[in-house]
Design a protein around this ligand. Structure first.
Ligand code: XUL
Ligand code: CO
Length: 446
């Protein structure tokens, strides 16, 4: 271990809910068994490289505020990348997190040409492999930064210029190779520039076809190299562009079906992106699960008062419990997990702020897992939901679904209703009682 995070000399330990040690876990006990898996296996948490190690703490109005000595422009870029990597792995190990995630350009300098970019990345991938081997920290996912460089200002796959599509494809090939080499569990595509600023200069239909073609080529390449991880789209409705094509889970599903990719690609749902698209996190998870495309999660939340991606650490057990409940109902993660695509606030400039932030996020998810598991295990919510639909298990429901008997057509349903004194009574949805029930689990679960 290096000694960048000197104020946190030892790995973070679990001390239980009554601990008042701010540098201890109160809920995340990696080996605690919850149902059929440990907490670590359920949550599969990851630190993101970009906000934690690559972002200097600048915003559109002000310069960087953070103490990240490897970000100086006067440094040798390859040496700086190695220093940054050593500090990142020191952090992962001291935090005791099982995974991390990166963009190609977070871990490797771009250089002056594509050849140099490729050589740098290939070299640093081996350094990363050695850190992973030594520390046991795994790669949850890799992704290519197809939105930072000016060449991508009008999109990567959806660019009006096919040469830019080609440049993006080459970059993604490199990044998939490295992700595969490092045993990555998933490969992510977030289309920050795959959208438009104005329809006046945009051929929307052409751009959708380009995006569909790009994703098909990614899937083909995955099979060519034998990558066994999952390809994930990360929905977001807007920011940086006015409109992004991967708007939310439901529109991603429609897009995947249109290009025949619904069995090949899943979604990486971000809490803050869910709320930006006008949905609850719980909704996005439930929708993806219903469509069979639930893959992974970026756990960062937004701020109710701000209409952009603030990328804050999760701290609402209520919000996360409802999301984790839907994840468990869907059978839990397979290759996916919870990535902290989270930013410190710009004034959190002490080195150990990064620990406090992740400890809080990890404890929030651990506690949410306990609540969600208790709700599912007791089965009361599921029984209530099942009972609400039980008519559909009867003869009328099955006639409608199978298109037989009374349910064969609108005409046969009309005959059925006309020939009977049918007058179905509405029943209560009991929302408030159910919400109180959820609060009881939150209060009582230990
Ligand atoms: C941007 C975002 C990205 C993706 C990876 O809003 O969430 O960091 O997670 O490119
Ligand atoms: Co994200």
């Amino acid at each position: 271990m290096t000694d960048f995070f000197t104020t946190v000399p030892e790995p973070i330990q679990f001390e239980g809910p009554d601990s008042d040690n701010p540098l201890a876990f109160r809920w995340y006990d990696a080996n605690r068994v919850v149902g059929d898996k440990t907490m670590a296996e359920h949550l599969r948490m990851a630190v993101c490289y970009w906000h934690s190690f690559n972002w200097p703490g600048n915003d559109v109005f002000g310069d960087g505020t953070f103490d990240r000595p490897w970000l100086g422009s006067d440094l040798d870029p390859m040496a700086a990348a190695r220093t940054k990597m050593a500090a990142a792995f020191e952090f992962f190990e001291k935090l005791g997190i099982p995974y991390f995630c990166f963009h190609d350009h977070d871990v490797s300098p771009t250089g002056d040409s594509f050849a140099e970019e490729t050589a740098n990345f290939t070299e640093l991938a081996e350094v990363m492999a050695a850190h992973m081997q030594r520390s046991g920290v795994g790669l949850l996912w890799g992704t290519a930064r197809l939105f930072g460089h000016p060449r991508y200002m009008a999109g990567a796959a959806t660019n009006p210029d096919p040469e830019i599509y080609a440049r993006a494809a080459a970059q993604v090939k490199n990044c998939m190779d490295v992700t595969h080499r490092l045993g990555g569990q998933n490969y992510v595509l977030w289309g920050g520039r795959e959208g438009y600023e104005t329809l006046l200069n945009t051929d929307l239909a052409k751009e959708l076809d380009q995006l569909g073609r790009f994703l098909s080529q990614v899937v083909e390449y995955k099979h060519d190299i034998g990558f066994e991880g999952t390809i994930l789209l990360e929905p977001k409705p807007q920011e940086p562009t006015k409109h992004q094509y991967d708007y939310d889970s439901q529109s991603c599903f429609a897009f995947l079906q249109r290009y025949g990719l619904q069995d090949e690609v899943k979604v990486n749902i971000e809490v803050n992106h869910a709320t930006l698209s006008g949905h609850d996190f719980q909704h996005e998870i439930a929708m993806a699960a219903a469509c069979g495309i639930l893959g992974s999660v970026d756990a960062n939340r937004g701020d109710d008062r701000l209409g952009w991606d603030t990328d804050q650490f999760p701290n609402s057990v209520e919000e996360m419990s409802l999301g984790v409940y839907e994840i468990l109902r869907a059978g839990g993660f397979t290759t996916g997990g919870f990535n902290f695509d989270t930013k410190l606030r710009r004034m959190s400039i002490a080195r150990d702020d990064l620990f406090h932030a992740h400890i809080g996020g990890m404890d929030t998810l651990a506690r949410s897992l306990l609540v969600a598991h208790a709700m599912l295990e007791d089965g009361v919510l599921e029984q209530r939901r099942t009972r609400r639909y039980e008519g559909w298990d009867g003869p009328l429901g099955s006639d409608i679904h199978s298109g037989t008997g009374r349910g064969a057509s609108l005409g046969s349903l009309h005959d059925f209703v006309s020939g009977s004194d049918l007058d179905p009574a509405p029943t209560s949805g009991r929302q408030e009682e159910l919400e109180n029930l959820v609060n009881r689990y939150i209060e009582q679960t230990r």
